[in-house]
Write a protein that binds this ligand. Structure first.
Ligand SMILES: Cc1cc2nc3c(=O)[nH]c(=O)nc-3n(C[C@H](O)[C@H](O)[C@H](O)COP(=O)(O)O)c2cc1C
Length: 360
């Protein structure tokens, strides 16, 4: 089973799906062409927008690629919490000369419609974030010839992924940039999580399906480490965010290695769900009291984030980044895949020499 995933692409390197216009088809194509697995993200897009991206990507590469979906979220916001947060953000709207967004712009992200498109036009791989799809949905995708992956942030979540019938699980460590794929976010969730190496080991003990490791991986030696821990492949987001092909705003790319940004943290300030980004003014001021209300807070802050980007103000943007951000390299994506593969090979050789040395 483990080989089924890596049979699809020669290198154990997955480019993470990054919603919000980051993992554009050009990025995914460059990664897949170089022997990794490129991904586009359907989050925040319409089903038709997702379909158009798939068509564009098919025009750029004949290699396998993946599409990522957000699971619909149950309503859990404490009553009145979003209204209070809107009141607290009024000063931001005035400062950026914009209005706050409508928190009720939509809850389910068009999940069913996107699934229908993917069943009509199957792609090689589909991954899911923020929860577990039904066994029926996973089975339909399998019968369409699609390999399925679901994010888990604990061993218990990985077990739920396996029981639902997914082909593999993405173990997402707390180091990861962007949203934690926790299956059910609740107000009591303090956003703490498990470090990647520990998580991979725990997940390996809990499930038999292959594991893809994600979180803080920026160098081939770290890929060697997660493979040694039992993962079948590594999924990297922040490392690919910095490439010229990525659709991230230039300010976001520059911030990754700007000495002004020294820390990352998990915050609900921008979306209402814990996500890791570079600590900036907006996060410091609003993170401490932002409510657990996704996607309402995402919709609410959307015009603020756009206005901050227009104004060239990185202090008001959601600068999603993993803990390894300072190691970001501005290499073209294909070259980055090659470099990571070389580093992985060197680290694997070093590991086997060490292993042999210890036996002798
Ligand atoms: C800008 C950004 C956007 C992301 N968007 C998504 C997404 O749409 N779907 C998803 O499954 N994961 C998303 N992630 C999380 C990644 O899948 C992955 O877990 C993470 O990037 C790994 O950590 P790293 O960034 O340190 O490599 C995103 C990450 C970043 C940095």
């Amino acid at each position: 089973m483990s080989s089924a995933l890596t049979d699809l692409f020669p290198l154990p390197i997955v480019q993470a799906p990054m919603a919000g216009g980051v993992s554009v088809p050009q990025l995914a194509a460059a990664v897949s062409e170089a022997g990794g697995l490129g991904f586009v993200a359907a989050g925040y897009k319409t089903a038709d927008g997702m379909y158009q991206e798939i068509k564009q990507l098919r025009g750029l590469t004949g290699r396998p690629f993946g599409v990522n979906l957000f699971m619909p979220q149950p309503e859990y916001a404490e009553s009145g919490a979003v209204e209070v947060y809107a009141h607290q953000l009024a000063g931001e709207a005035a400062w950026y000369e914009t209005e706050l967004g409508d928190p009720d712009s939509g809850r389910d992200d068009g999940y069913e419609a996107k699934l229908a498109v993917l069943l009509d036009n199957p792609v090689a791989v589909v991954s899911f974030h923020f929860g577990v799809p039904s066994p029926e949905a996973l089975d339909s995708l399998r019968r369409a010839g699609t390999f399925t992956l679901v994010t888990a942030t604990t061993a218990e979540e990985a077990l739920a992924v396996e029981r639902a019938g997914a082909d593999a699980v993405i173990a997402q460590g707390v180091e990861a940039g962007g949203h934690q794929g926790t299956h059910r976010d609740v107000p009591e969730n303090d956003g703490s999580g498990i470090g990647l190496l520990s998580l991979v080991a725990q997940v390996r003990e809990s499930v038999a399906i292959p594991v893809v490791a994600a979180g803080g991986i920026m160098h081939g030696s770290q890929i060697a480490a997660v493979l040694a821990a039992g993962a079948s492949a590594a999924q990297l987001g922040t490392a690919f965010l910095a490439t010229p092909e990525s659709g991230a705003a230039d300010l976001h790319k520059q911030a990754l290695t700007d000495p002004l940004f020294t820390r990352t943290a998990l915050t609900r300030a921008f979306s209402g769900r814990p996500a890791r980004g570079l600590v900036n003014r907006f996060m410091r001021e609003h993170g401490p009291y932002a409510p657990a209300a996704y996607p309402e807070v995402h919709h609410l802050t959307s015009p603020l984030r756009k206005a901050a980007a227009r104004a060239g103000d990185a202090q008001g943007m959601a600068l999603w980044a993993g803990q390894g951000h300072r190691m970001a390299r501005e290499l073209p994506a294909g070259q980055l895949v090659e470099t990571l593969a070389e580093e992985l090979a060197a680290a694997s050789t070093a590991l086997s020499i060490k292993g042999e040395g210890e036996q002798a």
